[in-house]
Design a protein around this ligand. Structure first.
Ligand SMILES: [Zn+2]
Length: 262
């Protein structure tokens, strides 16, 4: 639960970050800019071919980065899983842990998971995690890549109905180029405002055109080019352009609270 005493309209959640790749100074800036909660996701930016090394990375996020962020006021919720970049692992040890973390409510979602280069192991590990999510009624945060986004998204859209109900799924990093592929689906959609992905004006334009109900907003700050303040900057831009406060609240935090049941 968010228990910071602030007027409802000032609350903000960054729905997808990689806290393990960022500094305490970033967390402080985010907190001071009005972000109360961020959801940190699993992604190790180098090839890991051993389950126990990947498990160590996941435990670090859960047990260490959450504490680091809270020292600066930022509350982290955690999503763990096998990112498509890390699908050189075998996976079984991680799946066992996912069941335990879900059971003990240590994680709020499996994520981020998905496809990147469409390798055989990516497909296998993606489907396995979707099945675990469906079985345990757990949300999934699904990554779509920078390159070949439309092609990979089509693959993901083919796979999802065979494994999971749409109510559990957020498909992330949606932009203007692919929005038409997903807007009429029942999936929740993530908008990532990030220097090399999408600027705040493109996000505002998408929200203006397609409405605020289906979307979550995030910075996806990682070891790549990032802006820890992209969520507050987008929210302030919406205010500046005089969007309805009820709509702004949806994208600032209400949609996220509802989807993840926070
Ligand atoms: Zn990410």
């Amino acid at each position: 639960m968010i228990n910071i005493e602030k007027p409802e309209s000032d609350k903000m959640i960054d729905t997808h970050i990689h806290a393990d790749a960022r500094t305490g100074e970033d967390f402080e800036k985010m907190y001071l800019s009005g972000i109360d909660v961020a959801i940190t996701c699993a992604y190790y930016p180098y090839i890991i071919d051993n389950d126990s090394i990947l498990l160590n990375h996941l435990n670090r996020i859960l047990n260490y980065d959450t504490k680091r962020a809270s020292q600066h006021g930022l509350e982290l919720k955690v999503a763990l899983g096998i990112h498509p970049t890390n699908t050189s692992v075998e996976g079984n040890t991680i799946y066992e842990q996912l069941y335990k973390w879900i059971e003990s409510e240590k994680i709020i979602a499996i994520g981020e998971i998905g496809l990147e280069d469409l390798t055989e192991s990516e497909y296998r590990i993606f489907k396995e995690q979707l099945d675990i999510a469906q079985e345990t009624k757990t949300n999934v945060i699904i990554h779509t890549p920078r390159k070949n986004k439309s092609e990979v998204l089509s693959e993901i859209l083919d796979i999802l109905p065979q494994h999971i109900s749409p109510e559990y799924v957020v498909i992330d990093h949606i932009n203007s180029n692919v929005i038409e592929q997903v807007i009429s689906s029942d999936y929740t959609l993530g908008l990532t405002v990030q220097p090399e992905k999408m600027d705040k004006y493109e996000a505002v334009k998408i929200l203006d055109e397609y409405g605020f109900d289906k979307f979550l907003l995030n910075s996806d700050i990682s070891n790549k080019a990032s802006d820890p303040l992209s969520v507050p900057k987008t929210i302030r831009e919406l205010k500046k352009q005089n969007f309805n406060q009820k709509d702004i609240d949806k994208i600032a935090y209400k949609n996220c609270k509802k989807f993840f049941n926070l």
